[in-house]
Design a protein around this ligand. Sequence first.
Ligand SMILES: NC(=O)c1ccc[n+]([C@@H]2O[C@H](COP(=O)([O-])OP(=O)(O)OC[C@H]3O[C@@H](n4cnc5c(N)ncnc54)[C@H](O)[C@@H]3O)[C@@H](O)[C@H]2O)c1
Ligand SMILES: N[C@@H](CCC=O)C(=O)O
Length: 579
Amino acid sequence: MLRTTLTTKPYLLIRKFGNYSIPKQITNEPIKNFGAADVKDWDLLRSSIMKFKSSSIDIPLVINGERRYYDESKGKKRSYYKQPNPADHGTILANVTQATETDVLDAIAATKNAKVEWENFSFFDRASVFLKAADLITTKYRYDMLAATMLGQGKNVYQAEIDCITELSDFFRFNVKYANDLYSQQPLESTAGVWNKVEYRPLEGFVYAVSPFNFTAIAANLVGAPALMGNTVIWKPSQSATLSNYLLMTVLEEAGLPKGVINFLPGDPVKVTELIVNDRAFNSLHFTGSTDVFKSLYGKIQSNLVNGVYKDYPRIVGETGGKNFHLIHKSANIPHSVLSTIRGAYEFQGQKCSATSRLYIPESKSKEFIKDFVGTMTSEHSKMTPTNTSAGPLSGGDLHSFIGPVINQQSFNKLAAVLEDAKTDPELEIIYGGKYDNSKGWFIQPTLIKTTNPNHEYMSKEFFGPILTYFEYPDAEFNKICEIIDQTSQYGLTGAVFARDRETIKTATDALRYGAGNFYVNDKCTGAVVAQQWFGGARMSGTNDKSGSGNILNRFTSIRNIKENFLELTNHKYPSNYD
Ligand SMILES: NC(=O)c1ccc[n+]([C@@H]2O[C@H](COP(=O)([O-])OP(=O)(O)OC[C@H]3O[C@@H](n4cnc5c(N)ncnc54)[C@H](O)[C@@H]3O)[C@@H](O)[C@H]2O)c1
Ligand SMILES: N[C@@H](CCC=O)C(=O)O
């Protein structure tokens, strides 16, 4: 008689004796307002801000759960990067250890070691780690997380709240729901005597997650989505977001993430990446950042693939830049369009991939629109000028500014040059703004520029700052302007039409079908919410796998179909093979 022997390795037992239901309360995390009356919230936030401002912290690498520091007493062999406060660049928030070649190779080895145990955790055990992390973020670490994101990435409290608290926890919670739904998708048919099953295996190799500076939540999803599906990950954070990103790493550990599942590896992006994508077990790039970097990584991976470096076809998932539009129709509510455009273009200093950066106004409404726009900006002047904000929304005690700094010297220099060029270009005219000041923080004044050329570079190139360029179109040429918008830039990320006329809304929605992966009607083109607006763009904006939806989780699984037959054959012939 055949007998089955149980393995002696306990981790190979699937620990699941019930089809558990996931918690029902998976809904969007409510946003805290931080209004004038929310005194307790402000007090807690101020105290966290003071903690991070009072001294810089040493940030280690985390490889297989082990902390590796640059610091002499803890093993001096690594360089470090000083992460400044962009609102007060003389203040260093963190000394960030930089990975050496040995560290990178150790991190790759760690992903391989951790894989066996992690992929044999039941889904419910993996999900619990992320559900707990979400709860830790929204409770115990809420104010620390806000302070780290505000100080390090230059956000005001509202922008930090919608990023590192609500969007971040929404990603962790909704991904659990999406994964649960995905696992439930099974073959529709099993004939008599047969059981067909589908297994959503993690990828055989490891995932490399490369995150941008601008959203702590995006970093969380870049590492969290593949890890939830059973993959092990190397995470290379952005230098400019390491403070908040390291805090997130510690929260995941406190939530029970086993060692080696996510390995935190700040370092020189080019050198770290080179070693990682040249490894045979590299199986996926999960990237968010600029288009040129993504294109170069895409090319490198394709070339490695052709040269036989990999065991599997790498999954390349990337979301990149945009040149996002607001199209105003003559039937639009102008005051609403103006306010939506101000928010879309200038919130978080225009440093959202989705930020409004080109604007099209009908000639008949242009005067009214611009007067209203400039009027609003001028009335907000005290909170909008670089000189006023050079003390910074955080360092100068002005926690309530709408505008903060841009992220670093490089970005400041680029944006200042854009403003200077606009002053001498005959096709451009600065209508509002144009100033900049880096005496204390990296401040660029929100700026509105008029162009007489709809194909001007300022209408096609991503600047990633608070600079908006507009073009006035003849009212009768609405269809033509839709064509121009569609063809002006290489991107296809976000866009919006503002109109009351239904036929117009339909025309723009159809004409701009491929112009934006996130299309808005009478709303600004920023601010997608997990599970509500699935986010991502096509064309050169990315692979459009839609973060905030279940779709993206598919990219980090490799499906195995299992057919089991219960009936035993008695004859090899088919009925038609009779004598
Ligand atoms: N579409 C989206 O969902 C989305 C979301 C956020 C940001 N973005 C885009 O990200 C950009 C801003 O973020 P950023 O400034 O952090 O982008 P970035 O491209 O400079 O950096 C992104 C990440 O790539 C790394 N990196 C940079 N150069 C590299 C190289 N040569 N090889 C390997 N890695 C490299 C960085 O260290 C960082 O971790 C904008 O273009 C914005 O539109 C897109
Ligand atoms: N998902 C965010 C943008 C992320 C890019 O930076 C939005 O919709 O505004």
